[in-house]
Every structure is written in C-alpha cells, then in structure tokens.
Design a protein around this ligand. Structure first.
Ligand SMILES: Nc1ncnc2c1ncn2[C@@H]1O[C@H](COP(=O)(O)OP(=O)(O)OP(=O)(O)O)[C@@H](O)[C@H]1O
Length: 579
C-alpha cells in the first residue's frame, strides 16, 4: 500500500464523522497535495498530456491567427505570403485533432491507473480495519466511499492538473504573442486571463466546497439508512414500523437534496461568471484593438489577427474556471477517502514478527479489555490456558463478554492489559497471517458469499479437494440441504444465502471449521439455531474429528457444554471453573 495514502493519524471515528466540512484553503491544498502524490509514478504520462494539450490549444489559436492574416494579405495586399500562412493554418488545424486525442488519452491513462491503485488501497485499508473498526464505519458510508467518492476522484486525475498547466502555459504564450503585436493588447489579454483562470475559480471554490461536502456526507447517511431499512425490512413490516422508516428516509433524502441544491446554486454562479466574463473580455479586447487601429498605434491587420487569436484562446482557460465549482465535490470526496485511509485499526497487523511453527498453548494471564469510551471494563482479570486436545466450554450471562473474549483471543481487538501468548510468543509479536493459520473462528453470524455452496464451505481452505469439501459438508449434517438445492454442492447461493435457514447457514460455518486446518478453533454459539437432534450430531462429529485440535465453544446451552471436558463461566470480567 502506498504510504502517502495510508499514513495513520489518531482519528478513531468513522470516516463519516472524522472529517469536517471546513473548506479552508490550507486543508484543501493539503488534500490536493496528497492526491497529486499518487500521480508521481506516472509523471511521464502527465507530461505527455500537458505537452499534447498545450500544443493543441496553441495550434488552434495560431491556426486561426494565420488564417486571418492569410485571408487579409491574400485579398487586400495580394502578397505571396498568404500561401505559407494558409498552409501553416491548415497543418496546425489538422494537428489539433490528434493532439486533443493524445491529451484525453494520457489524462485518462493517468486517471484510471491512479484510481486502480486507490481502489486497491481502499480494499487493503478495509482488510486492515476489519472486523472491529469496519463495524463502526457504517456500511452505507463505506459503500459511498468505495463507489461514488472514488469515482469522483477521476475529475482530479484526468481534468485538473494538466488543464491548469495547459491553461497557464497557453495564457503566458498568448500574452507574449499579443504583447509582441502590441503591448496594450498583451496587457488587456493578461488581465482577463487572470480574471478567468484564477479569480473566478478561487472565488467560487469555498462556498461550493461546503455544499459539496455536505452532499457527500448526506449521501453516505442516506445509503446507510437505505441498507438498514433493507436489512431490517421484515422486522419493520412485522412491527408495523414502515411509516417511521419512510419518514426517516424522506428526511434523509431532503437533507441530501438540500445540500445538492446549494451545490448546484454555487455551481450556477460559477457558470454565470464563466459564460459572461469571456464575452465581456472579447468586447473590451475588440474595443482596445479598434482604438489602437483607429489611432494608428496598430495596423488593421495586427488588430484583426490579435482579435482572432484572443477569441480562440478561451477554451483552455474556461476548463480551469469551471474547476472552481466542478472540482469541489472531488475534493470533498477525497477528504472522505483519505479519512478512511487514516482510520487507526483496532489492531495493527504484525508483519515483521515471528511465524508460529505449531500450536503448543494459548495462555492468557490477568487479561483485561475495555471498549474505547466504555465506562466499565468488559474483561477485567481473565486467566486461561488452552492446549492441544482441550475442549473448553464458556458460558455466561448475556453481555458478560464472551464474544469480546473470543475477539481478543483472535486478536481482532487488542487487550487493554495482561499477557496473552500463543506457543510462548506474545500474541502481538506473532505475524498476523501466521496467527490466522493457527487460530480460526466460527462466529455467531455466518456470512454466505454469492458463490457455490462448495466454494462457500472452502472459504477456510481454498485449495480443498472436492472430496474434502464433501466430507466436511457430510460431517456438518449438510447432506439433506445439498440434496434439496437444485445444483447440489454447486448450487450458487445469493443475497447472503437468503434461501437458507439460519440453522443451515450455521452448518455451513461448521463445515468451514471442519475443513480448517487450524489447531485452535473458537466457536461462538455454533449451534444456537439448530434443533437438539442436529446439534447433537454436529457436536459429536466435531469431537470425532478433533484429534489434537483444541476447541473453545461459547454457548448458553447445557446440552452443548455437556460435550466439553471443561466448562468455565465468565462473570464480572473473570473466568472461573464450573466443572
Ligand atoms: N463495539 C462495542 N463497543 C462498546 N461496547 C461493546 C461493543 N460490543 C459489545 N459491547 C459491550 O460489551 C459487553 C460484552 O458484550 P459481548 O457481546 O462480548 O457479550 P456476550 O457475553 O457475548 O453476550 P451474548 O451472550 O448476549 O452474546 C456488553 O455490555 C456490550 O454492550
């Protein structure tokens, strides 16, 4: 991952909250600088875009100037000079097309490559933040960042830096050319160039940024609400609460539309200036040129050629003037993407630590854990030793901290104090990928991916053979589910396994545990949705294939705990033996 993208900060709030709408110039410049850094690996492509764009715009100005000079010289003075001027005008006009094509091609090559790198970094960041910090982000907000916010960055990478460079170079060259024709013409052009390419975008940037930022935030909140209403649609219908949700959706939509309207209004003012100022500039320029011609300070030929050139010099500048409002949604989106990159993970992954050779023991001594901002510690003094062959049941009241303990043992969350080691190595000194190969987990909620049932089972061992998958499915009592699905093991499950019952999904999770080769498996309520018969079959199958593995099973059910050699109770943050 590119370090400039992922520099960490002390931010601990979700991306939706950790950025403010303050559009001060310093922070916008910082964001722009950070974005520009991503372009460094492709700087040659950017130079090519600038070269093509500059040449293309200058050729279009010069071709019109040469054509004007050629026509006047040919018709009024009948000098042969009109011929080379006409040829030059035609050649430059013909070159304008390929140069414009090149400019677009290189700009988009730059934009798409940079966006690809940013997308990879976003997915890397999500992996780094998962699972603890990702839960805090809000799914809707993440969806907005991953889809719309990243797409908006395209404007910066394809339509910002090179147009600014092109506009600056062409404006300077045009000013010099016009000043050579007559200093007054050069001065007049320079004043209007500065007005259009500098003053207009700077004046329209700040108000547009605020509205654009509010719109991005409102969009994220609306997406969160829509996803929440979709996920909870059955509860809402069953509880007759649809109208409340509709009202919340309406209010969120209005908030978003209000921000969008303000954004459009700010963009409208920018459009007004961008359309009017060139016309005023042309009127003033024509007036100055006519005055110079009538007072004999410039020839008619000079005045007409200068007017022709000035008229055609605006497109490069107008695209920069429009950035004043057009770029602001992009800057707002960039702040949100960078806020995600800057989010501090609950646990920093270890990459330069030790690799575990095998699993001897997991030991927790005086282990404590407190959620950030929580008033009490959830785990205050946990002492636990797990060795190969152990089966340990953990029970406790709702909210006692059982799932939290599993998260800490998996190092999804960092303990607040105490010691925690695996095979004699302090857990944070173990390389994360090595830790995951030794410890795996079956959580309360099973996520079903949109792929075949076989591939869903093989999540814990992607290179598992067909026989191994079938055996795991059989042990997890999935035979009858497989027989009922139209494609059997190859049936493609969709929408988080909508067509399966919760108990069937849990059996898929257990099948994953059967396939996993991790010597320590932590189960969080693995059979809570199964009937007593299935539960018994699954537990017996688990113990049958246990061999040297160690199992820790969190459960409220005495029937499940009865299978365990040792049962512990978690109460007031402490584990004590029950039997
Ligand atoms: N992300 C969080 N931030 C703050 N507090 C949390 C968070 N997650 C859980 N808690 C709190 O920590 C305590 C322990 O929660 P945990 O889910 O570990 O309990 P549990 O024993 O697994 O409960 P259950 O039997 O209901 O599954 C609860 O009081 C809960 O409110």
């Amino acid at each position: 991952m590119t370090s400039s993208m992922t520099g960490t900060s002390s931010a601990t709030r979700p991306a939706s909250q950790s950025t403010s709408a303050s559009g001060n110039t310093a922070s916008t410049l910082r964001t722009a600088k950070r974005m520009a850094k991503q372009m460094l690996p492709l700087i040659n492509v950017e130079f090519r875009a600038i070269a093509c764009g500059t040449a293309g715009h200058l050729f279009s100005v010069w071709s019109v100037m040469c054509a004007a000079a050629s026509i006047i010289l040919g018709f009024t003075q009948h000098t042969p000079l009109w011929i080379p001027l006409a040829v030059a005008a035609i050649i430059m006009a013909l070159l304008r097309g390929p140069l414009a094509y090149g400019e677009q091609l290189f700009n988009h090559q730059m934009a798409f490559s940079t966006l690809r790198d940013i997308r990879i970094s976003v997915f890397d960041t999500m992996r780094r933040l998962a699972p603890a910090k990702l839960k805090e982000q809000g799914r809707g907000n993440l969806v907005t960042v991953i889809t719309e916010d990243i797409e908006l960055l395209e404007i910066f990478y394809a339509h910002t830096l090179s147009p600014i460079a092109i506009a600056t170079i062409t404006a300077l060259v045009n000013t010099v050319v016009l000043a050579v024709l007559n200093p007054w013409l050069g001065l007049t052009a320079l004043v209007f160039y500065i007005l259009i390419a500098l003053v207009v975008p700077l004046l329209s940037a700040k108000p547009t940024y605020r509205a654009a930022f509010a719109e991005r935030q409102a969009q994220g909140e609306l997406h969160s609400l829509v996803l929440e209403s979709l996920d909870g649609r059955e509860e809402l219908l069953a509880m007759g609460a649809s109208s409340t949700t509709q009202a919340r959706l309406r209010s969120a939509t209005e908030k978003m539309l209000d921000a969008r309207t303000r954004n459009q209004r700010a963009a409208g003012w920018n459009g007004l200036a961008t359309e009017s100022i060139p016309l005023i500039a042309i009127m003033v320029f024509v007036t100055v040129s006519s005055w110079l011609a009538t007072t004999g300070q410039a020839s008619t030929l000079t005045a007409i050629v200068a007017i022709a050139g000035f008229l055609t010099s605006f497109p490069a500048l107008i695209s920069v003037a429009r950035l004043g409002s057009g770029l602001q949604p992009t800057m707002a989106a960039a702040r949100r993407v960078f806020a995600l990159f800057d989010e501090t993970p609950a646990v920093e992954e270890t990459e330069d630590g030790s690799d575990l050779k095998g699993f001897d023991a997991l030991e927790a001594t005086s282990l404590a854990f407190r959620y950030p901002h929580a008033r009490h510690t959830t785990l205050s003094d946990v002492n636990l030793r797990i060795v190969p062959g152990d089966t340990i049941g953990i029970q406790g009241e709702n909210g006692a901290g059982k799932s939290t303990l599993i998260d800490v043992l998996m190092r999804f969350r960092e303990r607040s104090s105490g010691d925690l080691s695996v095979s004699g190595v302090s857990i944070e000194a173990v390389n994360t990928h090595s830790l995951r190969s030794q410890e795996s987990m079956v959580s309360q909620d099973t996520f079903i991916f949109s792929t075949s049932l076989a591939e869903n089972i093989a999540v814990s061992k992607p290179d598992a053979s067909r026989e191994q998958i079938e055996a795991a499915a059989h042990k997890a009592c999935l035979d009858e589910v497989i027989a009922e699905l139209p494609g059997g093991l190859d049936h493609v499950l969709e929408r988080n396994g909508d067509e399966l019952s919760e108990g069937q999904k849990q059996r898929i999770a257990v099948a994953r545990a059967f396939l996993s080769e991790a010597p320590l498996v932590l189960f969080d309520e693995p059979t809570s949705n199964m009937d007593a018969l299935l539960e018994g079959q699954v537990m017996r199958a688990l113990l049958d294939q246990q061999a040297d593995s160690a199992f820790v099973v969190v459960s409220h059910r005495p029937a499940v705990l009865a299978y365990m050699k040792q049962v512990l109770t978690l109460d007031h943050g402490r584990l004590s033996p029950t039997r």
